[in-house]
Design a protein around this ligand. Structure first.
Ligand SMILES: *Cc1c(COP(=O)(O)O)cnc(C)c1O
Length: 378
């Protein structure tokens, strides 16, 4: 991947905020419960290695990822002792690799256990599908059988058991309660609980307590974003968003009434207007639906006009600005905010998607809150 180091478009990640979000959550958890930082998808676009370091410093004791490669990247970068759980499917042919690097895998299908070819020890978390309908074994019989099969293979250790909620980010708890009940029933069939029992994603860990569990899988809230807008007003503490996205004007010009902008010439100037071209586009994750949304210049909103291009967008200015003026796409500008939720609302999606879409081409700059004020006086 080629990163745009020589372009004035950049993501800033404030690692102090990530740490604060973790520490604020840790304070609320029962003493025996630890936080595993969910750093899949390049840490939701924030950068997996830097976020993992910050999370560890803040007290996270394990990691969750989606795919084996993400787990391997953590091991390669020095995270050697902490448990790493792959939440998604690991191919049978890769089990030796998982075992070699002590990466815990999710067991969700009994057939997976047949004819495994590897030496050493493999840690397994059994995933129970209590209503998400995605990965997991569903019945008590399957759970019993899975545990039996794991016990009978001396290479396998049942390190954990878990489930995942479909509606933890909603105020209506009826479906959530059904899932809890199913998981409790499953737990009761076990002679002995594995070392790690976990159900909570961010939404659940922020809103409910589960005394039978000892790990929470902390994702979106670690990055300072709400799991859903529905629960934003009942969160137990203020989340601090860690990611900002900035660019700088590369050209500023005046249009005459009737002039057009960008592909298709779909935008027409209604009057004499100042516009600016920004070096960021859909190849960076600013998809075409951003058109009509706004960016901030010194706290002033400026509309994204015309079609979004692969590498550039155009905005309408309230008046002339100098080339090189900083533009905020996500984050704060002179006390005014554009949040991932504001963008998600315009794009008809969720904040998770907005940040995960930000492509690897964008350079990511890491800092702490204390540095921020000096570094970047916007
Ligand atoms: C991604 C994921 C999480 C983290 O969810 P957040 O809502 O970001 O906290 C937890 N558990 C599973 C199984 C996941 O896939």
């Amino acid at each position: 991947m080629v990163v745009g180091w020589h372009r004035d478009t950049w993501i800033e990640v404030d690692l102090t905020r990530i740490k604060k979000n973790i520490q604020n959550e840790q304070k609320r958890l029962p003493e025996n419960t630890s936080i595993w930082a969910v750093v899949k998808a390049n840490a939701y676009g924030h950068g997996i290695i830097e976020v993992a370091k910050a999370a560890k410093e803040a007290g996270a004791t394990g990691f969750c990822v989606a795919i084996l490669d993400e787990a391997l990247a953590l091991r390669e970068n020095g995270f050697l002792d902490m448990p790493i759980l792959v939440l998604g499917a690991v191919r049978k042919e890769d089990v030796a690799l998982a075992a070699k690097f002590q990466i815990s895998i999710t067991l969700f299908d009994l057939n997976w256990l047949e004819d495994l070819v590897f030496d050493g020890n493999l840690n397994i978390h059994l995933k129970v599908d209590t209503g998400m309908g995605r990965l997991g074994v569903r019945s008590k019989e399957e759970v019993v059988k899975a545990i039996h099969q794991v016990k009978n293979d001396h290479r396998l250790s049942l390190e954990g058991i878990f489930t995942h909620f479909a509606t933890a980010d909603q105020k209506d708890m009826s479906y959530f309660n059904k899932q809890i009940q199913r998981f409790d029933e499953i737990l009761q069939t076990l002679d002995k609980k594995p070392r790690y029992v976990h159900v909570a994603n961010s939404a659940d860990s922020l809103l409910h307590e589960h005394l039978e569990c000892n790990v929470v899988r902390f994702g979106i809230a670690m990055y300072g974003l709400t799991p859903s807008t529905e629960i934003a007003d009942i969160l137990p503490f203020k989340l601090a968003p860690a990611l900002s996205l900035y660019t700088k004007m590369v050209q500023v010009k005046k249009l005459k009434k009737g002039d057009h902008v960008s592909y298709g010439a779909t935008y027409t100037a209604k009057n004499e207007e100042w516009i600016a071209t920004l070096p960021i586009g859909y190849a960076d994750g600013i998809i075409r639906h951003y058109s009509g949304f706004h960016v901030l210049i010194n706290g002033i909103k400026a509309e994204i006009i015309g079609r979004v291009c692969m590498d550039q967008i155009t905005i309408r200015l309230p008046y002339e600005f100098p080339v090189g003026t900083v533009v905020t796409i996500i984050g704060e500008s002179s006390g005014v905010q554009v949040s991932a939720d504001d963008i998600a609302d315009h794009l008809n999606t969720i904040n998770y998607e907005v940040i995960c879409m930000l492509s690897e081409r964008l350079k990511r700059i890491y800092q702490t809150s204390e540095q921020k004020d000096e570094f970047h006086p916007i």
